[in-house]
Design a protein around this ligand. Sequence first.
Ligand code: SF4
Length: 225
Amino acid sequence: MFPKMNDPRFKLKAELFDHDLIIFQENYLGLPVNLDISHRCPLQCGACYRQSSWYAKNKHLYKDMPKEDIKKFIDSGFKFLEFCGQQSDPLAHPDILDIISLCSGIRLIIHTATSHRKKEFYEEAFDRSGLMTSWVFGLDGLPEESHIHRINQNGVHLYEMMKLGAEMGISVKWQYIVFNYNQDHIDQARQMAEDNGIEFALSLSGRFDKQNKISHLKPRDEYCA
Ligand code: SF4
């Protein structure tokens, strides 16, 4: 399933582009592999694909990715995985703690917005994170208002967990999608991030013109992609 270092496909590709085989393999295995590892998410963000009628009809096709399959990437030499959380949230995977441990020796980025896990769970998850593990939290606005877009999210709890991660020495990024309800709170949020050792990243959405479930949250044009 995954090309190994002695896989003839590496040799063929390297020859095709006249590359050094070892450098070509190392570059290939260092590329990020983006995985949506679950089929679960307790949130109901308005523009999420999970909210579509197509997804409702076909959700039985989606499964949790077994941790054994994630291990295959590592055993094959891949050095950079990213759990994108676009149609599921990695923190909803039942084996996420074991998966974090599995990935502790490689570069890992975890994107998450859910808040259903308790403090003890985050402590364990941060404790298992490797030196090259970083966390990106979707908190769209100040902690008490993020749920306007991230329906079902407890933003106050999630923000506390972000601070906990930063206190434990974890690389934590606050991803802040701009909406009309939070567009005037950006400076305050940026300052809160800075005060707590959290990286702040503004994110501009371009999904407001598609008559979807977030069009009523459209911010000023300067904050639209
Ligand atoms: S957190 Fe991600 S997967 Fe869950 S509903 Fe929101 S966009 Fe969809």
